[in-house]
Design a protein around this ligand. Sequence first.
Ligand SMILES: Cc1cc2nc3c(=O)[nH]c(=O)nc-3n(C[C@H](O)[C@H](O)[C@H](O)COP(=O)(O)OP(=O)(O)OC[C@H]3O[C@@H](n4cnc5c(N)ncnc54)[C@H](O)[C@@H]3O)c2cc1C
Length: 235
Amino acid sequence: MTTTLCTVDLIEALTPTVNRVLLTPNTPVSFSSGQYLQLCLTDSDKRPFSIASIPGAKQLELHIGGSVNDQYASQALAHLLQQYQLQQPVLAEIGLGQAQFRADSERPVILVAGGTGFSYVYSIAQSIAAAKLDQPVFVYWGVREQSALYHASVMQQWAAQHSKYRFIPVVQQPDTNWQGRTGMVHQAVLEDFISLEAYDIYVAGPFAMAGVVRDAFIEQGAHREHMYADAFAYI
Ligand SMILES: Cc1cc2nc3c(=O)[nH]c(=O)nc-3n(C[C@H](O)[C@H](O)[C@H](O)COP(=O)(O)OP(=O)(O)OC[C@H]3O[C@@H](n4cnc5c(N)ncnc54)[C@H](O)[C@@H]3O)c2cc1C
């Protein structure tokens, strides 16, 4: 873990409630795909955000927000915006968490994101493609509304790179024009796999979702030691 000041390079809206933030650390940092950073608002107020970039990237990309304007994200964003406008850096602890991608495993992979949990999944999916890994990889991204699928086209391009990569967006409250999967994201996974025994499973999203996923997937054969989510430490 490295604690360093970071320059805020960019803050832009991905949806009305989710923002993309780019930071450049002032000192070299190392992290693994799937790890997070803590943005230090004060000495005692540190908020975790998954790093959407892949290791080696010059800038750290964050996706901050959620389906509703909650204070967790909006206060962090206000801090970033203030420092950006003042042209002052922010302090961050970079390279935290135990749910990083296990590149040495040859097991097929299921990545499950709820809302902005996509940031975590995006980093891992990019690392898998960069390493040209050959095992089957399924990315499930659950959102409340279709408009929250801010990187759907990027993920469609990702899936098009390899015959074994699949991207499955799942919308909870679909518009009439939505032709894809509907309902809760974990239900889509449970419908698609008779057994989850063979898979490495990576999960990020609201804590309530992580708990439901852990219990339901183990019930359907998943091994707890092959399931990875930093949210498990909080629930
Ligand atoms: C280590 C760590 C990293 C974090 N990283 C980020 C980050 O990068 N960005 C950020 O903004 N916040 C982050 N958070 C905070 C928190 O995880 C997010 O605020 C949260 O994931 C946002 O969810 P959402 O509102 O986008 O999802 P929602 O819109 O609430 O849910 C999206 C989908 O998740 C599923 N889901 C939701 N609730 C349930 C449920 N009860 N049961 C089953 N399925 C459900 C459904 O499919 C739903 O459509 C992080 C927290 C921790 C601890």
